[in-house]
Design a protein around this ligand. Sequence first.
Ligand SMILES: *Cc1c(COP(=O)(O)O)cnc(C)c1O
Length: 357
Amino acid sequence: MNSVRASAPLLENLTVYDPKYLPAKAYLSANENPHNVSEEVRREIVRRAKKLSLNRYPDPLASDLRAMIAEANGLETENVLIGNGGDELLFNAALAWGGPGRSFLNIPPTFSVYENNARLTGTAVVNIERDANYEIDEEAVLARMAKGDIDYIIIASPNNPTGKLADESFLLRLLEATDALVIVDEAYFEFSRTTMRPYLAQHKNLLLLRTFSKAFSMAGVRMGYILGDSAVITEFIKVRQPYSVDALAQLVACCVFENRNSFEHGILDIIEQRRVLFEALRTTPGVKVYPSDANYILFKVKQAAAVWQKIYDQGVLVRDFSQAPGLEGCLRVTIGTAEENQLFLRALKQALLPERG
Ligand SMILES: *Cc1c(COP(=O)(O)O)cnc(C)c1O
């Protein structure tokens, strides 16, 4: 036969995730760290990699790394699980807490991966939209959760792409009010300097998601982790692919995590650059800017798609969200080095000049 029957019906309305990566002088579209892992740490990675037995399967749960992450967070090993990027753990969440007949509460606009994973696993999606300033409608979320049929909820804090932390007292009210799995996505917590870690012991239904991709300059290698109750972690272990985190990724992540203090200076610099860039955007006519606790800033302009193109024509790649539901007119810029941010600002100001006739 030279034909193939249709794929699973739930794939029909799914769109392929597209990071829209294009060649540029300044990459400010993917919330990456502007600096590579240091020369010194990369040398150590190479030294250790030479001794690696590539013919052997890796340790499925990355025991060394897992123990290190547990200790750094004042937890036991069984409270930690690593994944092939935070993205794999988000997918595992949908496998373990979603599925046919089950429901996920989403708070858009937010990270589109959450809703995609739910759809992919046949999980019903309940959307409670953010308000015009992208704040969570807290009472609406609490009221919807009170119905008791939601199985898991994910709250990005800071939220991607809008930038702000969820209010801690809201998260605590939510945790008190539900036995649904509450995943707080802390992918950017190194930049917000805020975590729900202190509340893990009191709330078995609280799960924190973290990643090496942003603050730790490791987007290219794929490493994320979750922190939570050991019974929750056990359910995640049941659904994961045993060897999803390969030996090289484990080795690189161990080197980086052992040297995590050396990233602190760069993180503080990004936080300072965020302040500078926010101020510059705030005082640029024609730009509405949203406050950020992360390493990126969302802003709104007229004719955003055309402005995006003009910025790109100057060699600066930012992320265009202007066609995304709830984000009409929005672009997102990642905080880069001081030089990259200047390049971006110059390109933006140029792009906003009225056309000469
Ligand atoms: C980047 C990101 C992640 C995880 O990314 P990985 O590279 O897969 O670790 C998770 N959540 C949000 C909101 C993110 O922006």
